[in-house]
Design a protein around this ligand. Structure first.
Ligand code: TPP
Length: 629
């Protein structure tokens, strides 16, 4: 059979397909997703769940004129396949290839970029209002998962929509899963709508009526029957109270029903919300069995779904195992995650201390204020949030935690480059944005053993404190059994000789690079001191002052943007001390870094031992003996 997918170079071609061809297209898309992602990795489960929905959306609406937004946009792979990118699809998430999220620069069909949850409704409302003001006719459609409805911003948008526009379509893609099972009152509420048997009955009847009579009037009547039923069954449909007409729930895998319903909704002159039920991972048995794992993953076997074990513990796992130890030691310790029990490793903590584990949903702001409240009452909250998502909680960190000097511990996962995920997920800003806040201590471990010491130190510390660690595996340092407390603001001198001409202050994951640079310089007869800085705030001023007095040049290394980062902290201190020793800073430039492999990106942006040495050379041009004489 000829491939339909291969003939779809733009969404128009989709509209020439018969119902059975659309079914075949769905099957081909699933196969393509499973095959390509088995080598590239990516968000398999979410995309398998929206195949029919994406086909129906592109059948009914006309992008790029109509504006189609996906919340997070990790489920936009099918949209990419249908909007002229199927030939490049094999490059997704590879260096130079398609990005794993929507990117305005990638295609005119990607009208709004995302990677963080909860933005689709607000952005869609903004687009709808802009359209209304300029007399445009286009449709604006926001597709958001059920977990997007655990985000505060989503409700801030819902609170505004009906007041600001009459034409906006919200699609609630309900698969009951966030990355883990969705949590909170809204998840239970949606579940009540979906599982109500009385509602099912009326819904069926309404569906049959549409089938029998056909046409818009029938559909309208059918929906009326459903609305009446909802009124009886549920105290109210929350979305209607907020001014959006609610439709659904409908089967999100039934292309014909989806198309009919979207055609109907397109003609509405009021904001609407369509509740669509989908199954995450549909069409791939391993993904249905292991929802969490297949939300997003690296390469896997396309037949069995098996993945290669990493062989040792990741930073997140070491963190979570340490949390178990700390909670055993101190009953005040609690762990908080914002919808990332799996990603942060805290699902390893939960079985040991279920009553001290809190998944608050995709709600980073709330997570931090919630932690502040607990800390104010004498608890020791450890808030585990990825660096990139902690950006959401900047004000609560300032206003609630640091201003009140509350002992909340920020466990910042994915600090540094997040490789294949790209700019929405790189954790490259946390040192800058946290370093400026009074009262906060910021620590960065050099290997897997140090986080345990740092977390133990944090447990003992009576104020706001952060530990930042990178994604994935560390250098493989064994983790000792009993963690020890570290002195706040004290760096670790790893190597130092009498004739050192260079002092290398390295932070976290770049300590091995510092050692490599020192070895290479040693080979050229140039001595270098290597310092594991440990603290991004407060930095070790005594060590800095001492080495600045003896070295000809200071080198700083960080997996972070240079602007406002660790190297900047070093410059600020030297300036305060009135020391003018030259400083070479290695870190990420003042631009958003694309997705790619860590090594390749480091190479491209000069974050390598070789590049650092080249930057040092002008400062080492004159041999020391000559300088002294
Ligand atoms: C602010 C923020 N916090 C956390 C995440 C991590 N994250 C990515 S997708 C996701 C779950 C999304 O679930 P849902 O919206 O229901 O879509 P589904 O994957 O189930 O289709 C989470 C928590 C994120 N993208 N943004």
């Amino acid at each position: 059979m000829a491939s339909i997918l291969e003939g779809v170079h733009s969404p128009e071609q989709l509209r020439n397909c018969s119902p059975s061809e659309l079914e075949q297209l769905a099957a081909e898309i699933r196969e393509r997703l499973i095959t390509v992602l088995s080598s590239n990795g990516g968000h398999l489960g979410p995309n398998l769940g929206v195949v029919e929905l994406s086909i129906a959306l592109h059948y009914v609406f006309r992008t790029p004129t109509d504006k189609l937004l996906f919340d997070v946009s990790h489920q936009a792979y099918v949209h990419k396949l249908l909007t002229g990118r199927q030939e490049q699809f094999h490059t997704i998430r590879t260096p130079g290839g398609l990005n794993g999220f929507m990117l305005r620069t990638e295609s005119p069909h990607d009208c709004y970029g995302a990677g963080h949850a909860g933005t689709a409704l607000s952005a869609a409302l903004g687009m709808a209002v802009a359209r209304d003001r300029t007399g445009g006719k286009e449709h604006v459609i926001a597709v958001a998962g059920d977990a997007a409805f655990t985000c505060g911003i989503t409700y801030e948008a819902l609170n505004n929509i009906a007041h600001h526009t009459k034409r906006l379509i919200v699609i609630l893609n309900d698969n009951e899963w966030s990355i883990d099972r969705n949590v909170g009152a809204i998840a239970s509420y949606l579940n009540r709508i979906v599982t109500s048997s009385r509602f099912d009955y009326l819904h069926d009847r309404a569906g049959k009526l549409v089938e029998k009579v056909g046409g818009m009037t029938a559909l309208r009547m059918a929906r009326k029957a459903e609305e009446a039923a909802k009124g009886i069954l549920l105290p109210s449909v929350i979305f209607e109270e907020l001014g959006l007409k609610y439709f659904g729930p409908i089967d999100g895998h039934d292309i014909a029903t989806l198309i009919r319903t979207l055609e109907f909704l397109k003609k509405q002159d009021r904001p609407v919300l369509l509740h669509v039920l989908t199954q995450k991972g549909k069409g791939f048995e391993p993904a249905l069995e292991k929802q969490k794992k297949f939300h997003g993953l690296g390469p896997y076997d396309p037949e069995t779904g098996e993945t290669k074990p990493l062989g040792r513990r990741t930073y997140s796992e070491v963190f979570a195992d340490t949390m178990v130890k700390l909670a055993n030691l101190d009953s005040r310790v609690v762990a908080i995650t914002a919808a990332m029990p799996n990603g942060t490793g805290l699902d390893r903590f939960q079985p040991f201390h279920p009553d001290r584990f809190f998944d608050v949903g995709i709600a980073e702001e709330h997570a931090v204020v919630f932690a502040a409240g607990m800390a104010a009452q004498g608890m020791k909250p450890f808030c585990a949030i990825y660096s990139t998502f902690l950006q959401r909680a900047f004000d609560p960190i300032v206003h609630d935690v640091c201003l009140q000097n509350l002992p909340v511990v920020f466990c910042i996962d994915r600090g540094g480059l997040s490789a294949d995920d790209g700019p929405t997920h790189h954790g490259l800003f946390d040192i800058s944005y946290l370093r400026s806040i009074p009262n906060l201590v910021h620590m960065v471990p050099k290997d897997e053993d140090e986080p345990a010491d740092m977390l133990f130190t944090a447990m003992k510390w009576n104020g706001p404190i952060a530990v930042r660690f990178p994604r994935g595996l560390g250098p493989g340092t064994p983790v000792k059994d009993v963690p020890r407390a570290l002195a706040i603001g004290k760096a670790e001198l790893l190597q130092h000789g009498e004739h050192d001409r260079v002092a290398i202050f390295a932070l976290g994951a770049l300590v091995p690079m510092a050692e490599e640079i020192a070895r290479k310089l040693e080979g050229e007869g140039i001595g270098a001191a290597v310092i594991n800085a440990r603290f991004a705030k407060p930095i070790d001023v005594h060590m800095l002052e001492f080495l600045a007095g003896t070295a000809e040049v200071i080198l700083t290394l960080e997996d972070h943007v240079l602007a406002g980062g660790f190297g900047s902290a070093v410059l600020e201190e030297l300036n305060r001390l009135g020391l003018t020793v030259p400083v070479v800073r290695i870190g990420w430039p003042d631009s958003f870094i694309e997705h790619g492999k860590v090594e390749l990106l480091r190479e491209k942006y000069g974050i390598t031992a070789e590049a650092a040495i080249e930057r040092l050379r002008p400062h080492l041009a004159v041999p020391k003996a000559q300088l002294v004489s």
